[in-house]
Design a protein around this ligand. Sequence first.
Ligand code: G1P
Length: 293
Amino acid sequence: MKRIRKAIFPVAGLGTRFLPATKAMPKEMLTVVDRPLIQHVVDEAREAGIEHFIFVTGRNKGVIEDHFDRAYELEATLEARNKTAELEALLRELPGAGQTSFTRQQSPLGLGHAVWCARDIVGDEPFAVVLPDVLVHNKPGCLAQMIEAANKLGEKANIIAVEEVPMERVHMYGVVGVGERNGKSFAITEMVEKPPREKAPSNLSITGRYILQPEIFKILETQPRGAGGEIQLTDGMVTLAKTQPFHGVEFEGRSHDCGSKIGFLVANVAYGLARDDISVEFRAEIKALLGEK
Ligand code: G1P
């Protein structure tokens, strides 16, 4: 497959599940330990070799743009205070000139519509979609694992990260049907967005990471509204699957659904416990907290 150079990050959602935290601040700026969610997923994409980061934003999301820009006052202050390590980290993590694009989804019409809004920036090449609500805790990251799988597949393949969820939760996700297996990947036989339990083809849910062919854009252009009254990416993929293969990848690592309060809190604990600089003290604090109950 052609090299995957571009990734779309849909960041236009309102984040109503986190009010009032998200009243004046985008949900993508909520932090897991000391990094905003959006930074975690951009890190994952960078590690996977992505060179161009496309953000589909909405109203009140300007701070995301600032986050990926230089911050001259802050840099000058850090320099004056000899905080060299912090300054170097800030500069190292900054995407290079011309490596970010921002476009707006003017109305909240759904994930499929958000992806379609990036069509002109992506152009005619395969690309990744990364949902910032979902963090996958692993090295190599989920997207790197998918790109590795993509390199073993044909030119026009589409790839979706999937993982098992309990049957009583399948109605919250896109769900895939499983065909022939080949190592860690398998042929996807069907895809359904948020099916009731009895209509779910399996308990493998779509985990918020996609590698898609550009032909999806033409389909999304006329995609009618689906589940929840929204233009669904999954429905567009169902149409594309009639002419191109789709593969599922059961990735290594555990995902955290940071769009839910529990998932977000658990992610903070998991990432905190994995951090060399704070893990010992953090573990002791958690133990003490639990011991009190
Ligand atoms: C979206 C997708 C769904 C996927 C989920 C992963 O749903 O439409 O297929 O399983 O992300 O988090 P949303 O969570 O935006 O409703």
